[in-house]
Design a protein around this ligand. Structure first.
Ligand code: ADP
Length: 561
């Protein structure tokens, strides 16, 4: 009845533990893993990372365009500031424009349009180049005609802008192929908007291609580098009008552009209309980065999941072990109290009977004395076991090794039990080698180990009452065997019986008094002698415990409790 109740309680505690583990740990852990996993899947499917990087790139390109525009505006404004007034004498205008050209080598052409017509000057040293001369002729003609027709409305429009300036860009040709120029057209500040006066400065194609764009791109890329987690950026400028269908060919690029397609492009407006800006990573693509990132994410998640699962299994294992130990301890307390009570009650009963003087025959009296002695011996053995056990647990157990005639020690110990053994109907078979050398042992401890083994053999035998004790030498080891033909020990229990408090699940074991300490003590004693203990057993047939002690100086070994 009690056992049933305890089983029920144990089952309930285990259920509660599983429920707590499930609800408090397993569920959140599983949810966490699931959420992370599906988030990663979403990232993978929707290319969230790629989109975020592309957004970033768009922003960088917008900033890059702004900076390039700003620089072009500033350069053109600086030129405008030294522009000659339209009212300067005819010959002077040319001179002043030539001076501007010589001071600003970035300019290919410079011109002034006013009521008297267009004065158009170009870098004189470049006029030898046929392409440059062609460009000169084309632009002079274009601006002459265009400003003649549209000059007035153009000046009005410019006066509406804060910078009084607009840009006109066009493709052009040089010896090394197609290229590009842009011209700043501006109203001269200080002149009224009624006067149709327009100044102009053309950025040289070579300057743009070889100096302006590469310098700006390098500066922008270097500025942005720190923002990118270790991946270096590359940027380039390309002719955007050729975009459709044509492969994008850089006009100018920052170092490390290399091969590969741009991640994001942006067409210039305003100053460099007709060109485009492109950006990418050096040596890798956003897609590849995204894939690596997601891949690593999955790997880390997998690893963490394994760790969580491992941790849970370990926790469950440890908690179950602790629970089993707690159960064993509570069994131990009730077993021990029971074991203490029974001999005490017997001693008291027999002593009281003797005291009353009711026992008349000497033979009966002797029998009573014997019972009292045996019960007190049982009590002493039990208390010694418990004391030893608590010393071991506290790490205070000490052994005193002395050269001992072990055969005599075993014989003496058996002698004091012989009567009890025979009384219980056991056949005792002794085989003790008398010629054994002296072995360094702790006498008391070895005797206690033997007593525990003998007691177990007596306790766990039913029909066939046999006890065999053998002492012999095998190489450099002395072996002490205690065998019985009792109930035996199931295979799965054989490794556990040496643990403290452990008692096998056999019903006979439960009906037999015991504390589960005996064999753990035997093992401790043996190991302290540098020896080992083994068991051979077949359920229903019997058991044999073999204790091996080394012959040569047994140094005390550190033993786990
Ligand atoms: P106790 O005998 O007090 O229960 P022990 O530590 O001496 O504790 O033994 C542990 C368990 O090992 C016993 O409960 C029993 O199940 C098993 N056992 C020990 N010796 C024998 C034996 N000779 N035959 C069968 N089972 C045994």
């Amino acid at each position: 009845m009690k056992l049933k109740q305890r089983k029920l309680r144990g089952g309930f505690t285990r259920f509660r533990l599983m429920l707590t583990l499930g609800l408090a740990v397993l569920l959140p852990a599983a949810a966490l893993i699931y959420v992370n996993f599906s988030q990663l899947r979403t990232f993978e499917r929707d290319k969230v990372l790629e989109a975020a990087i592309h957004r970033d790139f768009q922003e960088m390109l917008a900033i890059a365009e702004k900076k390039m525009n700003k620089k072009a505006y500033t350069m053109a404004e600086e030129a405008r500031d030294v522009f000659p007034s339209p009212d300067t004498e005819a010959g002077e205008k040319e001179k002043k424009l030539d001076l501007i050209l010589s001071k600003n080598p970035w300019m290919a052409h410079v011109f002034l349009f006013d009521e008297k017509g267009l004065v158009f000057r170009s870098q004189p040293q470049q006029m030898g180049d046929q392409y440059f001369r062609k460009e000169h002729d084309q632009l002079a003609e274009t601006f002459g005609g265009w400003l003649g027709m549209e000059g007035k409305s153009m000046v009005e429009d410019m006066h509406k802008k804060t910078r009084l300036m607009s840009f006109y860009s066009s493709p052009t040709k040089r010896a090394d192929g197609e290229t590009y120029v842009t011209t700043a057209l501006f109203a001269l500040p200080g002149l009224s908007s009624d006067r149709v006066v327009v100044g102009g400065a053309t950025f040289d194609a070579c300057y743009l291609k070889q100096t302006f764009f590469p310098g700006m791109l390098e500066e922008l890329v270097n500025q942005k580098m720190s923002d990118q987690g270790g991946n270096r950026l590359a940027m380039m400028v390309y002719p955007a009008d050729l975009d459709g269908g044509h492969e994008i060919k850089p006009l100018a690029a920052s170092t490390g552009w290399g091969e590969g397609k741009p991640e994001v492009t942006r067409k210039f407006d305003d100053v460099f209309r007709g060109l485009g800006l492109a950006i990418k990573y050096q040596g890798t693509s956003v897609e590849a980065l995204g894939q690596t990132w997601v891949h690593n994410g999955f790997l880390i998640l997998g690893f963490l999941s394994l760790m969580i699962i491992g941790g849970l299994v370990l926790t469950k294992h440890i908690v179950s072990k602790e629970m089993a130990l707690a159960r064993l301890k509570s069994d131990f307390v009730s077993n021990v109290s029971h074991e203490l009570r029974t001999p005490l009650a017997l001693i008291r009963l027999y002593a009281e009977t003797l005291e009353l003087g009711r026992i008349t025959t000497e033979e009966k009296k002797q029998q009573y004395y014997c019972i009292i002695r045996k019960e007190s011996e049982r009590l002493t053995a039990l208390i010694n076991n418990i004391l030893d056990f608590s010393r071991i647990e506290a790490g205070r157990k000490e052994y005193e090794f002395r050269k001992t005639d072990i055969a005599e020690l075993v014989r003496n110990t058996l002698d004091s039990y012989r009567y009890q053994i025979e009384q219980q109907g056991f056949a005792l078979e002794e085989s003790i080698d008398p010629d054994l050398p002296a072995v360094p042992v702790d006498r008391e401890a070895i005797a206690r180990a033997l007593v525990n083994l003998v007691n177990n053999a007596l306790k766990y035998s039913t029909d066939e009452k046999f006890l065999g004790v053998k002492l012999y030498r095998e190489d450099s080891v002395v072996k002490l065997e205690v065998a019985d033909h009792g109930i035996g020990i199931a295979r799965r229990d054989q490794s556990k019986i040496f643990e403290k408090f452990y008692r096998a699940g056999d019903p006979l074991v439960h009906n037999t008094k015991g504390s589960g300490l005996g064999l753990s003590l035997v093992r401790h004693i043996t190991q302290a002698h540098g020896g080992e203990i083994a068991v051979e057993s077949t359920p229903g047939k019997g058991s044999k415990f073999i204790l091996s002690l080394p012959l040569v100086s047994a140094t005390q070994q550190p033993v786990s409790a």
